[in-house]
Write a protein of this length. Structure first.
Length: 303
């Protein structure tokens, strides 16, 4: 493995460019420490060339293009192995509306919702409190909790700046957890606490949250949360790794919110913290992702 040439794709054309750069830089450091030859590829648009002799791509592109199946399809056409979920699973998970429909069919518990495209007429079926979110965005861009029906249309107009397809989801009051999935196994559960209205961009990246890992919950509840997260990951067809957000209602009912197929690897990111709680270092985490990608390449050649 220490002879591999890994190209780390970072930056990209989405609103999450800065966070992607941080994830990519963290991956570069970890893979260097593992003894691999690493080439950072800083991207600003969708056109890119890989360094000569690239064996495997480490995808650190958050958001549109990098996380929605587009770059995955390009790499598949080029015959280059890459980390993370394939194009189909990436597209399904990135589109929150599509993912929710799959959750419902698979029996994965998730809050009630409707999809809004270009008009607000279907909203009569949803009564506040609700969460309005762009269907195809990350890092909580464009997300609003609406408690007053008079402000619902305003929240929708704001979210339309990010996507023409929106999800209006029933708000769940309770405790928020996230579960990292690595190589088919659920990592220790993390509880997220913040004094902000919800776990938004500021809470995620500017230190306005507290993450308790492992979460201070009983073993049965932890197992229930991990099982729900793993089911969500699997029903979307995800592979390698992901991070699943889960709410625990006051009555003990669980609700899966979404699956992030390309979780951050920054110093503030949750997946590395969960891995650390499982005694998996950042170096080991990134190396394992590369190993899984390379295993697929070997399997494809053998076939």
């Amino acid at each position: 493995m220490n002879k591999l040439h890994v190209a780390v794709l970072m930056g990209g054309p989405s609103t999450e460019h800065k966070i992607s750069k941080k994830t990519g830089e963290a991956a570069v450091r970890a893979l260097h420490a593992a003894g691999m030859r690493v080439s950072p590829v800083n991207m600003h648009g969708e056109d890119f060339e890989l360094p000569a002799g690239t064996d495997v791509v480490f995808n650190a592109l958050h958001g549109t293009f990098g996380e929605d199946g587009q770059v995955q399809r390009i790499l598949e056409l080029r015959g280059v192995p890459y980390t993370g979920s394939d194009a189909g699973a990436s597209a399904r998970a990135f589109d929150k509306a599509a993912a929710k429909n799959i959750f419902v069919r698979a029996g994965v518990p998730t809050p009630g919702h409707i999809v809004v495209e270009r008009d607000v007429r279907p909203l009569a079926a949803m009564k506040p409190p609700v969460v309005v979110k762009p269907a195809r965005q990350g890092s909580s861009y464009g997300v609003t909790i609406v408690t007053d029906a008079a402000k619902l249309e305003q929240a929708i107009v704001q979210a339309w700046h990010y996507d023409q397809k929106l999800l209006v989801e029933q708000f769940v009051k309770g405790r928020e957890f996230t579960v990292g999935i690595l190589d088919g196994c659920a990592l220790p559960v993390i509880e997220i606490r913040t004094n902000r209205e919800f776990f938004d961009y500021e809470a995620k990246y500017n230190g306005e949250s507290e993450e308790i890992v492992p979460a201070e919950i009983d073993a049965l509840t932890a197992q229930r949360i991990q099982d729900a997260a793993l089911r969500a990951h699997e029903c979307l067809g995800c592979r390698d790794y992901s991070r699943v957000d889960v709410m625990l209602g006051a009555d003990g009912e669980l609700f899966v919110l979404e699956v992030n197929t390309l979780p951050g690897l920054t110093e503030q990111s949750l997946l590395p913290k969960a891995a650390c709680a499982a005694e998996i270092s950042m170096e080991q985490l990134c190396s394992r992702l590369v190993e899984m990608a390379m295993e697929r390449r070997v399997e494809a050649v053998a076939a």
